[in-house]
Ligand binder design. Structure first.
Ligand code: LMR
Length: 391
């Protein structure tokens, strides 16, 4: 029976990790998968996480099961960062822990499907795994343009989709630090999106995987909060994999906002059943470490400081790229105004390949770069190589 399985290509983004590891050229540059790197090219464990882990080792007295909802202390501690002071919107939001942001997106979409969603509107390009999850769930992906040809967020496109949506449709939006383009909606655009969603038949699903890597924890939640303030119901996928640097520990959360708080129990019972059937329970360690940090003022301050260092470095790299201006046919100026880890360069597949083969520079086939892979010691080489392959 198993012979009938046809080979599947490896995930292109994850395959890059291996290709880069196998390259022994000393000046290789990894702009592939979305992990933060320091100016030395490392992805260290946050000091706040290390300290929380030490406390966990000393204080945790059981590894017994928690249940499909995972660490509810973690889920609740995150809520003010996502939703603001009234973190439950008057008792209308509840959540559960998930294996990473991917688990949260998967759970949100599976729940939407159970409630009647058949089509999901998604601005393209998007994180390739969004499409894979939709395909796996047998949900129809209806694409719209995320950005205009001038490299601005395309408000008309998203408003058109929201206005024309039919009952049961889901609109999947990136909360901040758009992956792959780095092009976010402005606050004014978010206000317009929130107004449109309040009149729409569609339910929004907001994927917030990079909060704090754009402008700030609060600033990056502007769109999410603007939408939640206006709509009757919403689904939210959150990740701590990036903003706590807990990638391999898979730390995420799923939240649902109901029209009325009395509906939450039924909604979350469905989410719990889906979680149980998918992964039973999320892994504990990373979420427990985040809970420890967020329940301790000193560790919270340390974490926020470390996050700010990351954000500042990303901004410096972006400023330096923008300063380089034109490199061959590639205009790097727009990168200065984009947010988060990613930007997309208008490179053909053959140029991406030439960068890898001739210059040991690794990036996704779409031309997406992770700007965190650049630092003052390799930006010049990168800009020169871009000129060489694109002139
Ligand atoms: C990325 O887009 O590089 C990250 O979100 C990692 C992943 O899981 O794809």
């Amino acid at each position: 029976m198993l012979e009938s399985l046809t080979p599947q290509p490896p995930d292109a983004l994850l395959a890059l990790i291996k290709l880069h590891d196998e390259d022994d050229r000393p000046d290789k540059i990894d702009l592939g998968v979305g992990v933060y790197r320091t100016g030395q090219g490392d992805t260290p464990v946050f000091a706040a996480v290390k300290r929380a882990e030490e406390r966990l080792v000393n204080e945790q007295d059981s590894k017994s099961y928690l249940g499909p909802e995972g660490d509810i202390g973690f889920v609740n501690a995150l809520m003010p960062y996502l939703f603001g002071k009234d973190a439950t919107m008057g008792g209308r939001i509840a959540g559960m822990q998930t294996p990473g942001g991917t688990g949260a997106v998967r759970l949100a979409l599976a729940l939407a499907q159970k409630a009647g969603t058949r089509r999901v509107h998604l601005g393209l390009p998007s994180w390739p795994n969004h499409a894979q999850i939709l395909k796996d769930l047998d949900l129809e992906l209806v694409g719209f343009d995320h950005a205009t040809s001038e490299g601005k967020a395309d408000l008309d496109s998203v408003l058109g989709v929201i206005a024309a949506a039919e009952p049961g449709d889901t609109v999947l939006l990136h909360g901040c630090c758009h992956n792959p383009t780095g092009i976010d909606y402005s606050n004014e655009q978010w206000d317009a999106i929130a107004d449109a969603l309040s009149q729409s038949a569609a339910i929004p699903l907001i994927d917030t995987a990079y909060q704090g890597l754009g402008v700030g924890m609060k600033e990056d939640a502007y769109g999410l909060r603007a939408v939640l303030a206006k709509v009757p119901e919403a689904l939210i996928a959150q990740s701590c994999d990036k903003n706590f640097g807990l990638y391999r520990d898979r730390v995420g959360a799923f939240y649902a906002m109901a029209k009325d708080g009395s509906q939450l129990e039924d909604i979350m019972s469905n989410a719990a059943a889906l979680a149980r059937a998918n992964w039973s329970m999320p892994p504990d360690h990373g979420a427990a470490a985040v809970r420890k940090i967020l329940r301790d003022d000193e560790l919270t301050a340390l974490w926020l400081e470390e996050l700010e260092t990351m954000r500042t470095r990303l901004r410096q790299v972006r400023a330096k790229l923008a300063e380089a201006g034109q490199s061959g046919a590639i205009d790097l100026k727009p990168l200065g105004g984009q947010n988060g880890l990613f930007s997309v360069l208008p490179l053909a597949k053959s140029q991406v390949e030439a960068l890898r083969k001739d210059h040991a520079i690794y990036m996704a086939g779409s031309g997406r770069i992770n700007v965190a892979g650049l630092h003052m010691g390799n930006i010049e080489k990168f800009v020169d190589a871009l000129a060489k392959v694109s002139s």
